[in-house]
Write a protein that binds this ligand. Structure first.
Ligand SMILES: [Cu+2]
Length: 108
């Protein structure tokens, strides 16, 4: 190690170009991690195909409350897609395997 400034202290001057983890993913991509959707609330174009990546260690789904869209079961490490509602508006969704996992998709 070269002489660094030490542990990150008081001033957090984050450069503009930061790695993906902290920034919001591109619209149309959702991740599942630690029993949560990332991001849980997001906006896509009406009728957009949304990719959902399961970065967790157990199966999950992303399913509309009214079942208007559904990825089906996504295995750990796998991805699935669903088509967002063609009509603009907000849709609540959840994981049918873990009902406490929830979010809101807005088509706009
Ligand atoms: Cu789940």
């Amino acid at each position: 190690m070269t002489s660094g400034p030490g542990p990150t202290g008081s001033v957090s001057a984050t450069p503009a170009a930061s790695p993906s983890s902290a920034t919001a993913p591109a619209p149309g991509a959702v991740a599942i991690r630690d029993f949560a959707f990332e991001p849980a609330d997001f906006t896509v174009r009406p009728g957009a195909v949304v990719t959902v990546r399961n970065a967790d260690t157990v199966d999950h789904t992303l399913t509309a409350q009214d079942r208007s869209f559904d990825t089906g079961t996504i295995a750990p490490g796998a991805s699935a897609t669903f088509t967002a509602p063609a009509r603009p508006g907000a849709s609540s969704y959840l994981c049918t395997l873990h009902h406490f996992m929830r979010g809101i998709l807005t088509a706009s």
